[in-house]
Ligand binder design. Structure first.
Ligand code: ADP
Ligand code: ZN
Length: 723
């Protein structure tokens, strides 16, 4: 319906709704993306329903006209409702959520072309070694000069020279050229009876075109991916779009390969490191409906799909679906809401579902589909504990004798092993042997972590880095620095010393920091060019290496330290997932878990392979603590670069706390990370009964207190990290 007045949600969180006049001839409707004048500047906004975005009404004669409408489809009502819901639930500005929808500035600029280059077949008048190299490397390639320079390994200058000599020629390409088409039945799998049943139910849900939240609870290697591929096929066949969310960019490569095999074309990929041209191409294809299947990180959730038919959240228990800055949302939960607004099925797949998800299934809100056994008769691995209080590693070592023997055994048999320790770098703490000085981050309450591979001391919170000094900065003693405790690099050194002939790979976000490196690692592991993988939580996910028969957990107690409410659950998930990497092929797998607390309920449940016992105990503990899913938590973080200012602001908030029966306010107290990225932080925690109007309580409370401009108030609903 065309409108003559337009109320805008502008893409600037500091501004409220603004009203404009729609000039004659401009066919604006709700959801249209428009440009409007704001003083001497321009703002982008989305035309919103006036009654849903309350503001003082400006009389018609005072309205300034809109400047123009952007060449993109209007943001659909379903997505507008999701923006409202997300802002409301997470106590965030609507503009901040809308910015995640309009995630590509380039896409708003309309159709575009760009110049790529390719070989003409000609030769330069003067051949140089560099030119020769470029010409050989660029056979069959077409890309921008910068990309070609990367491919050929020569400078952009060399390539420009070749353009001048007519060896490379420019080609104008449409930036938004179509993606290859996936076909629903390119290569149909032979599903097991179990898988067929689950797949059948998923396909039915897609065809029903109605909201249906479904949990696939399937053991590692049961073929969860294989079965939800059938649902994707059904959506493709009906001409509807699919969003698959994966927790980690490192997982995407392996997924893409499988997807291409099944559907004959690659899906559209969305993540934060896309180049701006790729980003706009993907965004426009998503908005026009041309993109059939989108695979992405959590940010893909808010894109303006034209015709969404299915959402899949794979490895749905993963905490990386929780965003911890900006709009602090949980993509798993928002995915369910999006599916609800769109009226489509949403599939959460996991071998270790979050307690909240299982609870939803047990109470009948989610449908639960179970895949109880591994595909192809592969057995779940045999899990044993190594009690570190009895089986002691040597001094300065972390691998106890039973794990050592198992590693040697695998190497002799030519099988692969994986060692898991959730700590990047060489050592978590470096100190001076002479005076005890500890290297600390100047911006955060955190130790600097030594990284030997890249020769630096780094803060994992703010990115601060420094070269390891030759002498102690405190007492000046030379060569006195000692590494305390292990990181994965140190474990890799220990393996190398123990098994000098073994080929060892360290897998962390430092080493697998691009899709290419992830793909390279997967290829090497599959080709058996790696004997021992040493990795952080990155290796707990999704990888499928059939020759991997041993998994060693270096320190299962690590995750249980610290005050995280979900510590036990996370430890369970991580260890169960990493254990799930063992014995996925024909050969059986073995898992050795090193621990100092074999009696701890989580550890005992892991050894017994008794998931139900663990979840039951954890459920009781949560019920007792009023924690999710039985009660709710929220955190309010007050921060400032000035410690006193932050403390006073927190105290001001604390003194105006609401006094309610169903919301309890704890704090303020210095946050566990009392200093983060140069800001001092104080924290208030809210624990609420399910019946409480938690968000409304917070909104009213916060709006009643004023703070100096240097103070920032962050609200985290359903927090995961309590730092
Ligand atoms: P999950 O996601 O449950 O861990 P995957 O879908 O990754 O399991 O399957 C594990 C392995 O088994 C993969 O290599 C997959 O290709 C294979 N697989 C599973 N189901 C089938 C099937 N029906 N036919 C052929 N291979 C299968
Ligand atoms: Zn820091």
């Amino acid at each position: 319906m065309p409108v003559t007045r337009a109320r805008l949600l502008v893409m600037n969180a500091a501004l409220g709704p603004l009203d404009y006049r729609v000039p004659e001839g401009m066919a604006v409707e709700h959801g249209s993306v428009v440009v409007a004048p704001l003083g001497p500047r321009q703002v982008t906004g989305i035309v919103w329903e006036e009654e849903r975005l309350p503001s003082d009404r400006v009389p018609d004669e005072k309205l300034r006209p809109l400047l123009g409408m952007l060449d993109v489809p209007p943001i659909r009502a379903e997505l507008r409702r999701l923006i409202e819901w997300t802002a409301d639930y997470y106590v965030a500005p609507m503009a901040a959520v809308a910015r995640m929808v309009i995630a590509s500035g380039g896409a708003l600029r309309g159709p575009a072309t760009m110049t790529e280059y390719r070989l003409t077949g000609g030769a330069p008048e003067r051949m140089t070694a560099q030119r020769q190299r470029a010409i050989e490397a660029l056979e069959g390639e077409q890309a921008t000069i910068r990309e070609l320079s990367g491919i050929a390994g020569v400078s952009e200058g060399v390539l420009r020279g070749l353009v001048n000599h007519g060896v490379l020629e420019p080609v104008e390409v449409d930036v938004d050229r179509p993606y290859p088409r996936a076909s629903a039945d390119h290569h149909l799998p032979d599903l097991s009876a179990e898988q067929r049943e689950v797949a059948g139910r998923l396909v039915e849900a897609v065809e029903a075109r109605a909201f249906a939240p479904i949990l696939i609870d399937g053991v590692t290697g049961s073929g969860k991916t294989e079965t939800y591929f059938e649902a994707i096929g059904a959506a493709i066949a009906e001409g509807r779009q699919v969003l698959v969310m994966l927790p980690e960019i490192a997982l995407t490569e392996a997924f893409l390969g499988r997807f291409e095999e099944r559907f004959g074309a690659l899906p559209v990929v969305w993540h934060s490191s896309l180049k701006s041209t790729e980003r706009r191409r993907a965004w426009r294809a998503i908005a026009s409906g041309e993109a059939q299947v989108v695979v992405g990180a959590r940010s893909a959730l808010f894109l303006p799909y034209a015709n969404l038919g299915l959402i899949v959240v794979d490895e749905a228990h993963e905490i990386s679906f929780k965003q911890d800055d900006g709009v602090r949302y949980n993509a798993r939960d928002v995915a369910v809401m999006r599916a609800r607004f769109e009226g489509i099925p949403v599939v959460l797949a996991s071998a270790t579902p979050a307690l909240e998800s299982l609870h939803m299934a047990d109470t009948g809100i989610y449908e639960k589909l179970v895949l109880p056994s591994r595909f192809g008769g592969a057995q779940l691995p045999d899990i044993k504990l190594v009690d570190l209080t009895e089986e002691k590693p040597g001094s300065g070592a972390w691998i106890a004798p039973p794990l050592r023997a198992a590693l040697i055994d695998r190497l002799e048999k030519g099988e692969q092993s994986l060692l898991f320790l959730n700590r990047r770098g060489y050592a978590p703490l470096t100190l001076c042997r002479h005076c005890g000085f500890r290297f600390q981050c100047p911006n955060c309450s955190a130790w600097l972590v030594e990284h030997r591979l890249s020769r630096r001391l780094a803060c994992h919170h703010c990115g601060h880095e420094t070269a390891p000094p030759g002498k102690c900065p405190e007492c000046g003693e030379p060569d006195c620095l000692v590494a305390c405790g292990p990181g994965v690099e140190r474990i890799a050194d220990e393996v190398a010393e123990m098994l000098p002939e073994a080929r060892v790979a360290v897998v962390t976000s430092d080493t697998l920091n691009s899709p290419e490196k992830a793909a390279e690692f997967v290829a090497m592991a599959e080709a058996k060019a790696i004997d021992v993988i040493v990795g952080t939580q990155l290796v707990t996910k999704g990888f499928h290496f059939p020759e991997l028969t041993l998994v060693g957990v270096i320190d299962a107690d690590l995750g249980l330290e610290g005050g995280d409410l979900r510590a036990a659950e996370r430890t369970y998930q991580q260890v169960a997932q990493v254990a799930g990497r063992a014995g996925r092929g024909a050969k059986p797998g073995e898992v050795l878990i090193q621990t100092r607390h074999p009696e701890a309920p989580v550890i005992a449940a892991l050894e017994a392979g008794d998931r139900d016992a663990f979840y039951e105990a954890e459920t009781d503990a949560r019920r007792y603590a009023g924690a999710p899913p039985f009660g709710r938590w929220a955190a309010i973080i007050v921060s400032s670069e000035d410690e006193r200012e932050a403390r006073e602001a927190a105290q001001r908030l604390g003194s105006t706390r609401p006094h309610l029966d169903d919301v309890q306010v704890l704090g303020p107290a210095p946050a566990p990370m009392a200093l983060l990225r140069g800001r001092y932080r104080f924290r208030l925690l809210l624990n609420a009964k399910r019946s409480a109007e938690l968000q409304q309580v917070i909104r009213v409370w916060l709006s009643g207190v004023e703070h100096p401009p240097g103070v920032r108030i962050g609200v985290d609903i359903d927090p995961y990290s309590f730092v």
